[in-house]
Design a protein around this ligand. Sequence first.
Ligand code: PMP
Length: 379
Amino acid sequence: MHGALSPTFATGHGVDGRIDQLVRKGAAVDGMITLGGGLPAGELFPRRALSSSFLRVISDPRADALQYGWAEGREGLRTWVTERLRKRGAEVNAEDVLITSGAQQALALAAQVLFKRGARIGCDAETYPGALDLFEARGLTPVAAEKDVDGFYVMPAVSNPHGGSMSEEARGKLLARARATGAAIVEDDAYAEIRFHSAPPRSLLADDREHVFHVGTISKTLCPGMRVGWLVVPPRYRQQVLDAKQTEDLQSNSLAQVLLEDFLAHNDYGVLVERASRFYGRRARHLARALKRRMPELRFVMPEGGFTLWAETDLAGDDRELLETAHAHGVCFDPGRSFRFDKQAAPIAMRISFATEPATKITEGVERLARAVAAYRKR
Ligand code: PMP
């Protein structure tokens, strides 16, 4: 389904070459049921509306779709980001918003201006592997958030891999610590809008404009292929971040930005997000039911949003071996190790995605997973 080698599969697995290889091998197998990778559902991509927008902007010389633009990105898009954030309680100006090549580049720019080699970043025990890779590549050390830290990396609205949100109390404590110590907070809001039962919570930006670097993207709500994301920075960091962006790649893709601006002018983004959230919510419930029925020994908490569910097994050992066994049974998942900076952490856990495959495949995938776990137990 995803072609032989989708680089998205590799995202976040670079910390472990063996997992990277395994995941790529798995992605190339015909008939593999994909409960790993965490790719959005391709059937939700707004192909027709994007085609209309594309034809409009590519043929209009005034649209500037093919021209260089400013490093900070298109003003219309930056204003749109401020409007979305206002609904989340945050008053920010378009000048504080930088359009990036996906949330991943926003994270990279934030890490670059905020942290020196050796800095300690407080993270959840299980967190986004793409951030862990980035920290490692820059000589930053992820540590438990309770420790002394130079900064925090958090997903308060919808976390990856758990799909949970931060309690009011935890948010308050985090902000108080940032104010007391001067540590910056990187708020990764990538999944914030994909929520099943309630509107997204306030952004941390609503409570603090001094310490919070806010990261967003259209990758989860519209499509990741356009590579459009954003970084909202405290005013005193504006110039530094802009310089870093310009040095890195001059600007984000003009065509994608112009296309998105036109798309947003002709389509109701809010309606699309609600539709996507309902769609993923149905799949999440389907997966949860299948797991309860077929693998009652797994422990998991029903996600509030996002694409994935975190399930802990009662097994000890090497989750890469379990993944190899799963491949042999025609199913893949993301091994817990990828999300943990403490590679010794137990027990074996799996991030299981409900986003990519339809309900019938999810049922069959869980069946294969159950057989794979049984085979692993007997080894
Ligand atoms: N943050 C999180 C938590 C993610 O899961 C991802 C994508 N896997 C990203 C950031 C990067 O997203 P983008 O496609 O916008 O670069």
